[in-house]
Design a binder for this molecule. Structure first.
Ligand SMILES: [Zn+2]
Length: 104
């Protein structure tokens, strides 16, 4: 684990999780680990870059982004695709500790 670049978990909604959304919008949603600001960016990497790891489809390389609030650059990884409510619940159970921003 690198200590000099913060990572955050991004969520890329697809399939059933994205039914209420414009299909042209393929966005990653994330929470800034520095200030807690919720952010979105266009997903750049294709679904072929995602691999099943620990029961989730993840992009282990991740994508770089910059927080629009505090301007810190961050790495969004892993990127998780959520297909249904059950998967979303499982995701929250696994990653809830990561999603809470640290205060330092
Ligand atoms: Zn921030």
């Amino acid at each position: 684990m690198s200590l000099h670049s913060k990572e955050t978990v991004g969520v890329r909604y697809t399939g059933w999780a994205a039914l209420n959304r414009d299909p042209q919008e393929d966005m990653l949603e994330y929470t800034c680990p520095y200030c807690g600001q919720h952010g979105m960016k266009a997903a750049r990497r294709t679904h072929a870059d995602y691999h099943f790891t620990d029961g989730f489809l993840q992009d282990l390389q991740g994508e770089m982004a910059a927080c629009r609030s505090c301007r810190h650059s961050l790495r969004i990884a892993p990127v998780v695709m959520l297909h249904d409510q059950g998967e979303k619940r499982r995701f929250k159970a696994v990653f809830s500790a990561v999603l809470v921003p640290s205060k330092n």
